[in-house]
Design a protein around this ligand. Structure first.
Ligand SMILES: *Cc1c(COP(=O)(O)O)cnc(C)c1O
Length: 456
């Protein structure tokens, strides 16, 4: 007896393997759960391997116990505070712990967000509303708000300005100077400035703006011109790095004009995406008008978010990490990353073909580098070759204006990049350079497919 195809498919499954995948129209018929699961997995099997993605700042590994917490709570809608008051309490504990880590002077407030982008939108909205309050109290107009930041910020800051109608005053970078300081900011400040945004750990090179210097400038302006201009620190990456690697370097609420800070839980907070945090210096720094009260879910509740329903898992996973690691554990993990980053930097220096960017300064655990001397190929070619030969995703990108003629590469050194990986990566980079020496750069068609942009 021979089976017909339909009977065979019913028995053995996997009929999707010889059919085109549903992609344009809503499928008429379904498939078995196992087939659907395999279809999705097969689709993903040929994309990048997160373990070799050195472009991203985002967490690609968590402990099995943390994964259990995540899996066990996927059915718990975070926003249902009335039904899930313990989840809401755990969010508040995380905010209090972060406020403590960032040296908030007293009791304060904040929010769990989807990531730093949402946290920045909310923090910047609060800057705008607080500015309106100041202007109205002084009888001044509220139609031309501006926000001052460097070209070293993440794209979310431009997005905020466009979405919420604020004039961006962007300080350009310069070749060789990839962060900003008080002298850059000063000419842009006036009574319509809602705030200054400074970065702790830039996306481009992992350095920090001169936050101390900008704070000093803002204090001087406050005492001489009576303008109280707040600063928001974008600590998306740096907020979980500086407290542990550079505890004496001041960038947080120890500085008087720093009124709010965002940090991505899913970057060096070591949680899978998406979780971010916004923390205010004092409760009064959150504009009251932005907090909405509703009672749909059975109890009057205050919300300050751009989203509504969302999962609880990552909040709980963040709390898991805080209690699991504490300061000692985060410190240990950050120092390990830093050590491996230093070894990678040394290996690259030893190759004699690269210049390191700011490796002697306070920096995120990463290596930013560029080719030195004359080469038959450029950083974009190398990024492509490395990915083609060994699957490493190490991006090449140009810096923002006015440093747009500078091309760099950057490798994040996260928990998943072991010392063995570091040694292998350095050898693979050397091999890729040799391949390119021989063939003289990647071909146009190859370059078109490569990893570009600083990641996120
Ligand atoms: C990653 C990043 C962001 C955006 O954060 P998400 O958590 O991805 O939304 C903003 N600013 C900086 C400096 C970043 O590195």
């Amino acid at each position: 007896m021979t089976m017909d195809d339909q009977a065979a498919a019913a028995l053995f499954g996997n009929s999707f393997a010889i059919e085109e995948v549903p992609s344009r129209t809503f499928p008429d018929d379904g498939m078995s759960a196992t087939d659907a699961m395999r279809l999705v997995a097969e689709d993903l099997a040929i994309e990048g391997d997160p373990g070799r993605n050195l472009a991203t700042f985002v967490t690609t590994w968590m402990e099995p116990q943390a994964q259990r917490v995540i899996a066990d709570n996927l059915h718990r809608n975070f926003i249902d505070h009335a039904e899930y008051p313990r989840t809401a309490e755990i969010e508040q504990r995380c905010i209090r712990m972060l406020a403590d880590l960032f040296h908030a002077p007293g009791e304060t407030t904040g929010a769990r967000t989807q990531g730093s982008s949402e946290a920045i939108m909310l923090g910047a909205l609060s800057l705008k509303w607080k500015w309106k309050e100041r202007q109205q109290a002084a009888g001044r107009p509220i139609d031309r708000p501006n926000l001052v930041f460097g070209a070293d910020v993440h794209v979310v800051w431009d997005k905020f300005c466009r979405y919420f109608d604020v004039e961006p005053r962007i300080v350009p970078l310069q070749p060789g100077k990839y962060t900003i300081g008080p002298e850059d900011v000063e000419p842009h400040l006036d009574e319509n400035t809602i705030g200054v945004a400074a970065v702790l750990g830039t996306t481009f090179t992992g350095h920090k703006d001169d936050i101390v210097g900008i704070n000093d400038l803002l204090l001087t302006i406050k005492s001489t011109r009576g303008l109280d201009i707040p600063m928001h620190v974008d600590g998306a990456s740096g907020g979980f790095v500086w407290p542990f690697l550079y505890p004496h370097s001041e960038w947080d609420f120890r500085l008087e004009q720093v009124r709010s800070i965002n940090v991505s839980g899913h970057k060096f907070g070591l949680v899978y995406p998406g979780i971010g945090w916004l923390v205010f210096r004092e409760t009064a720094d959150l504009a009251k008008d932005l907090v909405f009260e509703e009672n749909y879910l059975g109890k009057t509740d205050a919300t300050f978010t751009l989203n509504f329903s969302t999962g609880s898992s990552m909040v709980l996973a963040q709390y898991y990490n805080f209690v699991r690691y504490g300061r000692a554990g985060y410190g240990y993990i950050m120092r390990n990353m830093q050590k491996n980053a230093q070894v990678l930097a040394e290996r690259l220096r030893d190759l004699g073909r690269f210049d390191l960017i700011g490796a002697d300064q306070e920096q995120l655990p990463l290596v930013a580098f560029q080719l030195s001397g004359d080469n038959a190929f450029d950083e974009f070619d190398l990024a492509w070759q490395l990915s083609a030969e060994r699957g490493w995703m190490v991006p090449a990108y140009t810096l923002p204006p006015d440093a747009q003629d500078v091309t760099i590469m950057r490798a994040l050194v996260k928990q998943t990049l072991s010392r063995e990986h570091v040694d292998t990566l350095a050898r693979d980079i050397a091999d890729a350079c040799q391949t390119l020496d021989r063939k003289g750069g990647a071909h146009e068609s190859e370059r078109a497919q490569m990893v570009t942009g600083p990641g996120h």
